[in-house]
Design a protein around this ligand. Structure first.
Ligand code: G3H
Ligand code: 13P
Ligand code: ZN
Length: 350
């Protein structure tokens, strides 16, 4: 099956009351791990590549691998998404390559570090929406800034410095027409999110709920949503790693989010930990081996286990066959005739 519009995946998730995991990829084994998990759990899925991933894998290698995944798994709806696009050009190049969804992260300036102004964010996101929707491609925007830095992307600091203002979220949705909106509620990218199990003082689920009440038709996105489970930290450290103890986003908080409008949940770090733990273990236990398959196979299996568990926990498991994917050209018509318009004023008028 061809790659599917992320908007359709999220609209179906909203109807079914579940969330869809968006898993980051950089190479073939990660794509295979996701597809193994999606097949086993019968899940629709979002595969996403950061700018760093596109550079690491060389765009075309990665994109052809995703196309292979779609061809080999015709029963699984797959959306291919640009994670944290930093500019119109980045999003345009992903769309021209064939991605069915892009994130225009205008919460930061093009350097991927400096928080932008609200007006700058609106302007660049609106431009991407116009270009993408004409081609049936989904757009995720971001309002508020997450904590942490990944591969040079991020403003740094704790996740509490730029929490999303619900009034701004509503104005942003109205002025840009994004399909999905990433909000900042205290999470950070990477492993070091919280110094203890987070409570409402650091993880602002109340802000998320308030935004969903004001913007019920906009799909909410939780970034920095790895749970950083202790068992994955422990395997890394048991075999020579040096991770400091840390806490991620508890799965039950993500599930609370899903009951309140969260449809896309971004997970990268948990998979990185699973892969690294499995490789360290293989190196430590069989130092005489040197065939990469001897450690890449357990690494792929470890990631598959994490992804399958998250698919079950987010509720997407079992939903792969619920609907017939629409052609991207049909989605483009829906944007053109207004039936897919999510702006609060348009939704109110319908
Ligand atoms: O946004 C963060 C994702 O974990 C991707 O990270 O930019 O290091 O590929 P990356
Ligand atoms: P984690 O670092 O929590 O896995 O978040 C990934 C993410 O938000 C990618 O955009
Ligand atoms: Zn992110």
């Amino acid at each position: 099956m061809p790659l599917v519009s992320m908007r359709q995946l999220l609209d179906e998730a909203a109807k079914g009351g579940y969330g869809v995991g968006a898993f980051n990829v950089n190479d073939m084994e990660q794509i295979q791990a996701i597809m193994m998990a999606a097949k086993e759990t019968k899940s629709p899925v979002i595969v996403q590549a950061s700018r760093g991933a596109r550079q690491f894998a060389e765009d075309l290698y990665l994109f052809r691998l995703i196309q292979a995944a779609a061809e080999l798994n015709p029963e699984i709806p797959i959306a291919m998404h640009q994670d944290h696009g930093n500019s119109f050009e980045t999003c345009k190049s992903a769309i021209e390559l064939g991605y069915t969804s892009v994130m225009m992260d205008g919460s930061l300036k093009e350097d991927g570090k400096t928080p932008s102004t609200f007006e700058e964010n609106v302007e660049v996101t609106r431009k991407v929406v116009e270009f993408a929707h004409e081609r049936g491609v989904t757009v995720e925007g971001e309002i508020g800034v997450l904590g942490g830095v990944e591969d040079g992307h991020g403003a740094g600091g704790s996740g509490l410095e730029h929490i999303t203002d619900p009034d701004q979220a509503v104005e942003f949705a109205e002025r840009t027409g994004v399909d999905a909106l990433a909000i900042a509620i205290g999470t950070s990218h990477g492993a070091y999110k919280f110094t203890k199990k987070p409570d409402g003082s650091v993880l602002k689920m109340d802000v998320l709920i308030a935004i969903h009440k004001r913007l019920p038709q906009t799909h909410l996105v939780m970034h920095g949503s790895s749970s950083v489970p202790k068992d994955l930290q422990d395997i890394v450290n048991q075999y020579g790693g040096k991770l400091k103890q840390t806490w991620g986003v508890p799965v039950e908080e993500i599930q609370l989010g899903i009951r309140n409008g969260v449809r896309k949940i971004n997970v990268d770090t948990d998979n990185r930990l699973a892969i690294t733990g499995a490789i360290r273990k293989a190196f430590a236990e069989t130092p005489e081996k040197f065939d990469p398959r001897d450690y890449l196979k357990p690494a792929r299996e470890a990631m598959k286990k994490v992804v399958a568990l998250r698919m079950t926990q987010f509720g997407q498991a079992g939903h792969a066959g619920d609907y017939k994917p629409m052609a991207i050209t049909e989605i483009a018509k829906g944007y053109a005739n207004g039936s897919l318009d999510t702006r609060p004023s348009m939704a109110a008028a319908r």
